[in-house]
Structure formats: C-alpha cells, structure tokens
Design a protein around this ligand. Sequence first.
Ligand code: TA6
Length: 300
Amino acid sequence: MDIKSLTKKFSSKGSLEFRQQGDGLILLDIQNQYAHATVCLQGAQLLSWRPLGSTPVIWLSEQAVYQQQKSIRGGVPVCWPWFGAHKDDPNMPAHGFARTQEWDLAEVNSHEDGSTDLLLTLEGNKDVTPLWPYAFTLSLQMHIGAALEMSLTTHNRDKQAMVISEALHTYFQVSDINKVSVDGLDQCSYLDKVDGFNEKIQTGPLRIDTEVDRIYSDTTDVCVINDTGLNRQIVVSKSGSHSTVVWNPWAAKSAAMSDMGEQAYTKMLCVESANAAANSLQLAPGESHSLQVCYHVIEL
Ligand code: TA6
C-alpha cells in the first residue's frame, strides 16, 4: 500500500501519522497516552519507543541510512529466517531477508486504555522469496503502551518442514556503556564470536569493556540492563526464545561502520531475544511458533 492509501485507512491526526524518509521508506509515528514510537514498514522495524517522561529506551543511530533493501542501524531489526551468517552460503544476506523487505501493515488498533496495537505481516513462497523457497507467513504484533510488547510468529504453510533461526535484534539506548551491567546471564554458556565461536561460561553480571558478540544458549531468563548513568533498569522478558544475544561492537568496529560512527558504541547495547545456533527451530508443515518479548523501564 502506498502512503496515501495507508493515511486514508489508518491515520489519525496527532496520534497516528505516516511520513516518508530517505529513499521513500514509509514510517508511522505513534503518539498515545503512554509513549511515542516510530515504526518503519520496511522490515517491520520499530525505530523508537519512548515512554512519556523517560529518556528513549531504543537506540537509533544518528547516522542511520534510510534506503530500500537496507536494514536501518538501530531500533529492532527482525532477523529471520536465519540469524547471523547463512549456515551454508556466505553470499546470502546476514540475518536473513525479513529486515529488508516491505511488510504489510494489516491492522492498527487504538485501545480505550490509550495503548496502541499494530500487526505487520510478510508472506512468501518460492516465487516471492527465492532466498527462502517455502510457503510461510511471518507476523509481528506490537503493543505500544507503558511497556513495549512484540510477538514474532512464524507459520509454516509449506508441505515440508523448515528450520529457522531468528532474533529481535534490539538496540537499547544507554547513558554510557561504562555505566552499564546486565543481570540474568550468570552461569549461562555462550558462543563467543569474538573468539572463534569458542564456548564459554558467564560468571556474574556482564560488564562491557571491549567488543562483545555472544550467543547465550538455552536461556529463557529475564535480563536486566542496569544503567547507573540514567538511574534506570530496562527489564527484558521473553517467551518462546531460548537464546539471548549480546552485542556491542566497541570503538574500532563502531568507527568502521559508516551508519554508526566513532562514539556510537558508548550509547548502545544490543540484548537480543533469539533462537539461534543449537536453539534453531524446526517447524513441521502447518506449525506455528511465536517469539515474544516485553520491555519495561524501572526508574530508580
Ligand atoms: O547480533 C550480533 C551481530 O550478529 C554481530 O555479529 C554484528 O555484526 C551485528 O549483529 C550487526 O549485524 P549487521 O548485519 O546489522 O551489521
């Protein structure tokens, strides 16, 4: 649907407004009595969520590029149907293709309690998505309120089983990476991408003082991002997710990314709810699976 039809169908002045950014990407700004949020229809990528009275919770790069077929640096990219590099073919796009496709905005519901729900969908089959020659429906539900809830559902409409890996690759905004620790991963084993994917065990809270790129396996626990600079905690709860990925590129890699910038790594931390590596999922024909997250902020 083009921006004119979307505006006619869903917009409401002051609370739901569409605009275009960069290379024609369509963004929806939502303002309700709990929060401001922005969602890009390409990739069904939430770009911001700021509960009223709070500092933004989701980080978006100041150098983000808004281009067709390119994932935006920040927000919540949807990694699907594979997480990271493709397992057999290094020429396939990193983190799959869902994050660079145009999704359909199927529903917008403004509730009486003042919160807003969105439903975005992406359908494919061997003709539409040759990189993934299965018939599927992927949907992302968002609930924008005092908490942010997202549910990513994969429905296998094919006659054969499919194996997927996936993540909601959320970039959280922090005051200063040196003032941050993450609870909830103690004693979890992880694959350390910075050290050749060696398997290691986390001990105690995670502090970040170098490049960190880890897939924590077999964990369904809540993570808490403690930010002493902002005197707040971000609580990351999830279900249907057995991996947690933590990423901060640190100085050199941050500087090397043209859509990130030299100091950007000090202001962000990815804590991603995923099913990756050994926690990849097999879906039988007709089967569905949902990965759900809920983020809320505790001001201290
Ligand atoms: O989730 C961590 C990670 O897979 C890192 O290895 C990293 O490079 C990052 O995601 C960002 O990937 P992107 O393809 O968006 O540049």
